[in-house]
Design a protein around this ligand. Structure first.
Ligand SMILES: Cc1cc2nc3c(=O)[nH]c(=O)nc-3n(C[C@H](O)[C@H](O)[C@H](O)COP(=O)(O)O)c2cc1C
Ligand SMILES: Nc1ncnc2c1ncn2[C@@H]1O[C@H](COP(=O)(O)OP(=O)(O)O)[C@@H](O)[C@H]1O
Length: 316
C-alpha cells in the first residue's frame, strides 16, 4: 500500500487503474463495499486500485466552524483501505485553487491527465468540482465521453435497517458513547491516538497506573468508562479506559486515561493508539479510594472478557 501526497507526477504503476474519490472517514461498511468494487474493476482493467481523498476535508478549509472532528487520521485510513485491497491512497492537499476547478476541469486535469483512470466507482451522493456542482449524472457523461467504466453503488444499508451507514451517523454514536454500535458499522473498532503525558501520579499508588493521552486528533467519545484495546507498536493489550474527570479526587478536568492490562514499564512520551470495544459505565464519585479500587478491579475483569470475546469473534 502506498500513500501519495501529490500527483507530480504519479508513477505509471499507479495510473491507468480503477479509482474512487471520497473522504472515507472512519472506513465503514459502505466504504468497504466501494473499495471491494474498486479492487474488482482494477483487476478487470489490469491496473491499480486507487482511492483519492482530500486532506484536509474541504469543509475544514471552506467552513471550518462546520467541520466535525474526523474519525480517522490519514495513515490509519491508509491502513484500513489497504486491508480492503486498495493499492494506493492519494491524500491530496486541499487548496483554494483546487476547489475552484469546475467539474469538467477537475475531471480533465486530475482524473484523466494525472491519473489516467480507466474505471471509477462512487456512491450515489458523490459531488465534485467547484461548489460541488458536479454530480453522478455529470460524472456518467464525462466517463462515457472518455471511454471509462463507471459504477454508482446504492448506499449501503444494514439488514433490517432503513437508514444507511454513514460517517456522520457513526460520529453521532461515538459522541454519545455508543462505541459498540459504531463498531458494528465500521470495518474495525473505533480507534484514537494520542501522546502519553504525566498525570497527577496517583494511578501507580492506586495499583492501577494509567497512561494519560493528549493531542488527540480525532473525535473523543462521550465521558465514561470503556473496554478497549491499546496498541503500542505491534503489541496489543486489553485496556480499561476512563474518559472524564476524576470526581473521587475532586479533579474536574476531562482526562483520557488508559490502563494497559498486563503491561509494566514506562510509556511517557510515547504515542499510543486505543480502540474502543464497548462502554462499561458512567464516571462516578466514589465515597473513598477503596470503593474506587474495588470498582476498577471489576472494570478490569469485564474488559478482559470483552477483549477475549472480540478476539474469539475475530478468529471464528
Ligand atoms: C477504567 C477506569 C475507570 C475509572 N473510573 C473512575 C471513576 O468512575 N471515578 C473517578 O473518580 N475516577 C475514575 N478513574 C480514574 C482514577 O481516579 C484515576 O485513574 C486516578 O485518579 C489516577 O490519576 P492520574 O493518572 O492523574 O494519576 C478511573 C480510571 C480507570 C482506568
Ligand atoms: N499497565 C500500565 N498501563 C498504563 N500505564 C502504565 C502501565 N504500567 C506502567 N505504566 C506507566 O505508568 C504511567 C502512569 O502512572 P500513574 O501513576 O497513573 O501516573 P500519571 O499520573 O503520571 O499518569 C503511564 O504513563 C506509563 O508510563
Amino acid at each position: 500500500m502506498q500513500l501519495f501526497r501529490d500527483l507530480e507526477p504519479l508513477s505509471s504503476e499507479y495510473r491507468h487503474g480503477a479509482l474512487t474519490i471520497g473522504n472515507f472517514d472512519g472506513v465503514h461498511l459502505g466504504h468497504a463495499r466501494i473499495a471491494r468494487q474498486v479492487r474488482q474493476r482494477a483487476d478487470e482493467v489490469g491496473g491499480p486500485a486507487v482511492v483519492f481523498t482530500f486532506d484536509p476535508h474541504p469543509v475544514r478549509l471552506l467552513r471550518p466552524e462546520l467541520a466535525p472532528p474526523p474519525l480517522t487520521w490519514t495513515r490509519r485510513k491508509v491502513e484500513l483501505l489497504g486491508e480492503l485491497g486498495i493499492d494506493a491512497v492519494i491524500a491530496y492537499p486541499t487548496t483554494k485553487d483546487l476547489l475552484e476547478l469546475t467539474p469538467n476541469e477537475f475531471f480533465d486535469q486530475i482524473i484523466v491527465q494525472k491519473m489516467a483512470a480507466k474505471a471509477m466507482v462512487e456512491g450515489p451522493n458523490f459531488n465534485f468540482g467547484k461548489n460541488r456542482a458536479g454530480d453522478t449524472t455529470t460524472l456518467a457523461k464525462l466517463c462515457n465521453e472518455n471511454g471509462m467504466q463507471l459504477d454508482i453503488l446504492a448506499p449501503f444499508t444494514r439488514e433490517g435497517e432503513t437508514e444507511f451507514v454513514s460517517s456522520s451517523r457513526i460520529r453521532k454514536l461515538i459522541a454519545a458513547g455508543d462505541v459498540q454500535a459504531a463498531r458494528e458499522m465500521l470495518t474495525q473498532p473505533y480507534r484514537m491516538r494520542g501522546m502519553v503525558t504525566h498525570g497527577a501520579g496517583r494511578g501507580a499508588s492506586l495499583g492501577i497506573p494509567t497512561a494519560n493521552l493528549e493531542a488527540i486528533d480525532t473525535l473523543v467519545p462521550e465521558i465514561g468508562v470503556y473496554a478497549g484495546i491499546a496498541h503500542r507498536g505491534n503489541a496489543i493489550y486489553a485496556a480499561a479506559i476512563n474518559i472524564g474527570p476524576n470526581p473521587t479526587f475532586g479533579e474536574k478536568a476531562r482526562k483520557i486515561e488508559v490502563h494497559l492490562i498486563g503491561f509494566q514499564g514506562s510509556l511517557y512520551g510515547e504515542p499510543l493508539e486505543v480502540s474502543f470495544l464497548s462502554r462499561l459505565r458512567e464516571v462516578t464519585t466514589f465515597p473513598d479510594v477503596d470503593a474506587l479500587r474495588k470498582q476498577l478491579a471489576i472494570d478490569i475483569e469485564t474488559t478482559k472478557q470483552k477483549f477475549q470475546d472480540y478476539q474469539t469473534k475475530l478468529s471464528s
